[in-house]
Ligand binder design. Structure first.
Ligand SMILES: NC(=O)c1ccc[n+]([C@@H]2O[C@H](COP(=O)([O-])OP(=O)(O)OC[C@H]3O[C@@H](n4cnc5c(N)ncnc54)[C@H](OP(=O)(O)O)[C@@H]3O)[C@@H](O)[C@H]2O)c1
Length: 260
């Protein structure tokens, strides 16, 4: 009897884990979910940023430092999350583009770092939280990218990692058919966040600014957060397999309207 009651409680719990929560889309997602009534555990490496976010949001947001490329760090964060109660959603937002060099001259280190973070980091924490998510009829959500749908010149390393991330989500969905878990992939196009392009160009502000130059209204982090909030708000039996979302001014990575 107690077990049945616990199962019912677990299904209605609204407690989410968001990786990459210290900036950009992840931080916006934490805010959107808290505003929608969720308890959120924010994960990233920069503790001062997480502490500020938690302070802003009061008791609805807690945090743990977590480097998803590091096994021990991720295991410690997952242990702490699970000690705090059941988990209904994992939002995989930690990720980065590093470099934009052609295949002929690209840095192996940049490619390796992107694969470690975007692919293996997502895989690592998803594997660790999947059993708990199934106990609550929960959701694994991946923020991949339109870079995982259509490759572009200079983007092979990032695109390959985002293709891999999308394939991981798609195959997990197929493998979990019949199991009480949803797998959702959200693929954003151009989102103007403070750090994404700066990191891509190793701190070169001019190159980072050129990405968004003249684009009337690139997406904001809050636009993607709203997609996450909406996808998670659907009934447990409705799986939003995939959302592709771009600014109106972007038809593809190479077809972007810019005002001069
Ligand atoms: N901006 C875009 O145009 C765009 C478009 C499509 C998809 N996306 C995807 O959306 C996601 C978020 O992008 P964003 O624009 O919000 O970028 P962002 O502001 O740079 O956010 C990246 C987040 O990942 C975290 N992170 C980086 N390395 C980590 C690690 N090893 N372990 C744990 N967390 C780590 C960062 O925090 P710490 O440094 O504190 O760890 C940060 O919170 C990424 O997966 C990106 O590929 C972005």
């Amino acid at each position: 009897m107690a077990e049945t009651v616990n199962k019912e409680i677990n299904k209605t719990v609204r407690r989410a884990v968001v990786t990459g929560a210290s900036s950009g889309i992840g931080a916006a997602t934490v805010r959107a979910l808290v505003a929608d009534g969720w308890q959120v555990v924010a994960l990233a490496r920069r503790e001062e940023r997480l502490a500020a976010l938690a302070g802003e949001l009061g008791g609805a947001c807690t945090y743990h430092v977590c480097d998803v490329t590091d096994e021990a760090s991720t295991q410690a964060a997952v242990d702490a999350v699970l000690a705090g109660g059941p988990v209904k959603a994992l939002v995989n937002c930690a990720g980065a583009a590093i470099g934009k060099d052609p295949v002929a001259t690209a840095s192996l280190d940049d490619w390796r770092d992107m694969y470690e973070l975007n692919v293996l980091g997502t895989l690592r924490i998803t594997q660790k939280l999947l059993p708990a998510l199934k106990e609550t009829e929960g959701t694994v959500l991946v923020i991949s990218s339109t870079a995982g749908i259509e490759p572009y010149e200079g983007g092979a390393g990032y695109c390959a990692s985002k293709f891999a991330e999308r394939v991981m989500a798609r195959v997990l969905r197929l493998e979990q058919i019949g199991e009480p878990v949803r797998i959702v992939d959200i693929s954003p196009g151009m989102v103007a966040t403070d750090e994404f392009s700066l990191k891509r160009f190793h701190g070169d502000e001019a190159k980072a600014a050129a990405v968004y130059a003249g684009v009337p209204s690139p997406l904001k982090a809050e636009d993607i957060a709203e997609c996450v909030r909406w996808a998670l708000a659907q009934p447990d039996t409705v799986d939003i397999d995939s959302i592709v979302v771009r600014p109106r001014a972007e038809g593809s990575y190479t077809k972007v309207y810019r005002e001069r």
